[in-house]
Design a protein around this ligand. Structure first.
Ligand SMILES: [Zn+2]
Length: 59
């Protein structure tokens, strides 16, 4: 997901709870950033946070 798109998602999100069903790598133009982004609410995650989140979900 592009950084601009994640910014737009965050701006549009109404602040309600999100279980972050899909977390995508964030890109700024062609380059990958260090962050991952929920494609529903636009919340940013570090790689460690994402790994932790996925580990929780696998249980
Ligand atoms: Zn989310």
């Amino acid at each position: 997901m592009q950084f601009k798109e994640s910014q737009r998602l965050r701006a549009d999100w109404d602040g309600s709870d999100c279980d972050h069903p899909r977390i995508l790598k964030e890109y700024d133009l062609g380059a990958a950033t260090t962050d991952w982004v929920c494609d529903t609410c636009g919340k940013e995650f570090s790689r460690e946070e994402r790994d932790h989140f996925n580990a929780d979900r696998d249980q």
